[in-house]
Every structure is written in C-alpha cells, then in structure tokens.
Design a binder for this molecule. Sequence first.
Ligand code: ADP
Ligand code: MG
Length: 579
Amino acid sequence: MIGTARIRRLPQVVADAIAAGEVIERPASVVKELLENALDAGAGRVDVDIEGGGLVRVAVVDDGAGIAAEELELAVARHATSKIRATADLERAETLGFRGEALASIAAVSDLRIVSRTAGADAAALRVRNGEVVERVGAAAAVGTRVEVRDLFAATPARLRFLRAAATESAAAVRAAADLAITHPEVRVTCRSDGRVALRSPGGGLRDALQAVLGARAARDLVDVDSPGAISVWGAISAPHAHRGTRAGMVLAVNSRRVHNRSLLAAVGEAYRGLIPAGRHPFGAVLVEIDPVMVDINVHPAKREVRFRDERAVFASVQRACWAVLREAPLAGVADAGWSATSVAGAKGVIGVRDEGAGTGVDPAFGDPLVASRDTPQPGTVKLADLKPLRAVGQAGGTWLIAEAPGVLVVVDPHAAHEKVVYTELIDGWAAPAGVQTSQLLLVPEVVECGAGLLERLEAHADFVARCGFQLEVFGPGAIRCSAVPAAARDAEPARLVADLLDALDGDAGGGEPGRRHRIAALIACHAAVRFGDRIALEQQQRLLDRLVETPGGMTCPHGRPTVMLLEDTVLRRSFRRT
Ligand code: ADP
Ligand code: MG
C-alpha cells in the first residue's frame, strides 16, 4: 500500500483518457458513436469503413447537416453538445447522443480528423491527436461530415491489451453498424471491413434492414409484430419453426436505441415458451416506443442499458405483442424443412430450392407465374387456422397422420399434435379463475417410491400439484400414494407420470412460476398424448385435427418440434412437373 503519497489533480489529458475509457471500450464503440452522430445530424446515408479491426482506421462519412466551421473545436471538446441545454432536457432527449462526450473521448485516445460542411458554407477540417488539437485547416467537401479515426488506443497500451483479434473486433464493429441499420432502417448504411462490404442496408423498411443483416433466408421466416398503444411494440420476429443457437440475432430497441435489457429479453422469450426448443433462440427485431419520460437511458456510460419506470407494463406489452403474432404464425412447408432443397437441388423449375446465403437473391423458380395461381397460398404464409376444415385422410405407416385442406396436403405428427393440444388446455385451465384441472380417480391407487428430498418438494408444491389434478399423499417413509391424476392423462401410466412430476418439481430450471407451469404442463401432456406409432381410429384422428386447428401456437409441440408439415399443391405440381 502506498499510504503516504500526496493527492494531486490529474492533468487534463490523463483525466480525459480515463473518462474516454468509459465510452470508448473498443473499435465497435467508435463505430456506434460516430454512426449515432450521423443519424442525429439527419443523415440519409452513412458509409462506414473499418481497417484492421478498427485499430488501424475507422472512417464514417455522412450526408447530414454538418458542423459549422467555427464550432468544430467545440464539437470535440468534452461536455459540448448541441442536443441538450439543461438537466431537465435529459429526461426528454430524443437524440441518440446528448452528453457531448463521444468525439472528445475518441479524440482523447486516437488520431482524429474531422471534415465537415454545412449548407451554404465552406468546409473546415480539424485534426486532434490524443486530445490535443494539432491542425486546423480549410477543406473541400460535400455537405455532411467525415470523421476518420486512426491509431485507436495507440497511446493507451493497457486498453490495447484487452482487445481481441482484429477479426473479432471487426465483427463487433460491423455488428454495431448493423444494430443502427436495424433501429434506423430508413437510413442507407454501408459498412466495409478491409475493403469488403460486410453490410449494405438499402434504406427502406425494417424488413429490408433485417434482410441485409440476417440474410434472405432468415428474413423469409419473419413475422411482423405491430401493437400500437401508449407502449407501442413493433418489429419482425422469427416464426416458431425457425430458430438459432445464439441470442445474437435478436435486436431489442427502445425509442430507436438498441438496448440490452433482461426484462425485455425475458418478455420475448416468454412469448416463445412452448413454441421453440429449449436452448434455441428467436431472431429479428422488437422495437418499443414509449414516452421518453417513462425510461431512463442515462444509466450506462455507453447507454447500453435502460431503466423503465414501469417495467412490468413494458414486459407485458412486449410479451403480448409477440404472442399475438406467434400464436398464429405461418406453418413450415416441406420446402422449409430442408429436404426438398437437397433432393431437388439443381432441378430447373422446381420450387423448394431456397436461397440460404446472406443478402440478396431470390430463387427464380419461386414466383413462376405458370404454376402459382393467385389463390394458392405461397409457402410460409399458410397458418394453422387457414387449414380449417382440416379433414383426416388416414394414418400412414402406422405413424403419420395424413390430412387435407384446400390446396394443401398436411402431414401430422400425432404425438406432437396431441401433446400441444393437451398442453394448451392445461395452461389455459390454470389461467382460468377457478384454475383447477379435473381429476381422474384411479381404480387402484398407485404407490410411488421417492427420496426424502422429493417428499419435501412435494409438500412445498402441494397446492400446485393439487391444481394440476393430482391427489398425492405421503405414504410412509420414502413413498407417496397417488389416487388421482389429471383427467387429460387418464390413460397414462400413473407411476411413471408421478415419478416424472417429482423430478420436474426437483430443482429449478428457471423461468419462475410460468416456467414451472410450462414444464409441468409439457410433462403431463407428454404422458397423456398418444404415442408415436399408436394406431388411431379415423374419428379420433379427426377429433385431434379439429382441436389442433383451434390451438393457438399449435404449429409446434411444447418442446418446440413441428406438429404439422405442409405439402403444398404448388410444390407437388412443380415436383411432378405438372403445370
Ligand atoms: P453528443 O452527440 O452527445 O452531442 P458528441 O461528442 O458525439 O456529443 O458530438 C458533439 C457535437 O458535435 C454534437 O452535439 C453535434 O452538434 C456535433 N456533431 C458531431 N458529429 C456530427 C455529425 N456527424 N454531423 C453533425 N454534427 C455532429
Ligand atoms: Mg454523439
């Protein structure tokens, strides 16, 4: 410990470098801040150029309003901003920036050149190196601003050491540009890394920006979210049959600013519960518009996090808005499942070969006017409810159900379909005011052995277990007796069902109360459902199909597997070369 050192004020350059570290963590922060400035200046087009992961050079050129020549020095000074004037303005700031720190922070840790011109004035340029203005000159340029940042962190080796490989930094920087392209789809954003175009968002609607970022194939799997209101929620999110291995494909934004907020993410996740497999994640963008007074964006140096005054209300709005579209999202066609893409690849005129690459390019066979009649639904647009009346044709190979609806053959996984129907009835039942499931008394009560720990857990959840429709009681040490099971599971093996129930109650798999309800309902439904391979009479097939088409979110089972696959007439005709 150095206990006797004197306290001194730090020289301004040192203080600035420390402050800069809060805002500028890595090259991606530079891209984010410069792009935000361009957007705040009303740019319609921004070009970002990254070299060497952004450590060699980051250049951002915009066609925004520009900076007046006499204000250039002020622009790079700390706490100098044109966006707010008083503390009160902090509450209502509608610009992306407002702290007047970004340019100063970047200039403190790099070699920065800025050239800018406002309408009807001459351009001016300024060069600042590690916080010191080194040059001020006149220049020629179009209206707008060009900021070039070289040798980032060259004077702060400690920061440099914490950076990753150039490729990783470059990817993060492109990601930052992609975030802004998604939250401001109307702006044309191009991003190059070492000369290669990494992103080209055309400046159009949200779908265009998402297609540029996620790729054409992924963009086709999106469904639109649109819930206006005091807390308005809109965007486009993946249909249940499409999902990814990471969370990185989902952009959440509040008032056009990308945010990382657990509650928002959880709300989206909740909407997908029982629709996609555990460990898989949706992609797309969910954009929340809310009165700025209801949200505090001033809680993180890089404004990555936000705080809501009424977090529950925002959570509920987001969850509701997403579920509203997911519950009736389009079904996967067989072409979507990927096998026709391999079996017919290269066959001219055959639908089903879909563009898997990023960016542009649509399968030319897709819109062939010879075959696609106007009233035949296109792949990816048919919803479960559109299949009504769905007529049972029979069971193929003792497993799949074959059914038909106008213009489409439907293949159904009977176990998955039955599971989802029962699951949904259980969840809805618990949500109802009475909230108790009907029970089926067992003729012969079943005794199930279990450890002391499980007995305790059972006691702790006794209420919920009873509401499920179970009648369980402790039956001597290490055993319980089951005298009734949920009516839906009357045909299940009670001993196995109860053993699985006890396991599910054991430990916390997360998600709180809704998570537990989901797991228990999925478990009961799995035991209650017909098994894959069970023979099913035609009337029973029809009953199952009738219930399935009425089930919200019925396109996947509670574990996220598809319940139905469409073999569209258009697809079949193309495959059989029948025009
Ligand atoms: P902030 O964005 O928080 O105001 P910055 O340090 O990022 O702080 O920018 C300081 C000021 O410089 C801004 O308020 C704005 O007036 C001006 N400015 C920065 N970049 C641009 C740009 N690309 N176009 C027009 N003005 C800009
Ligand atoms: Mg700014």
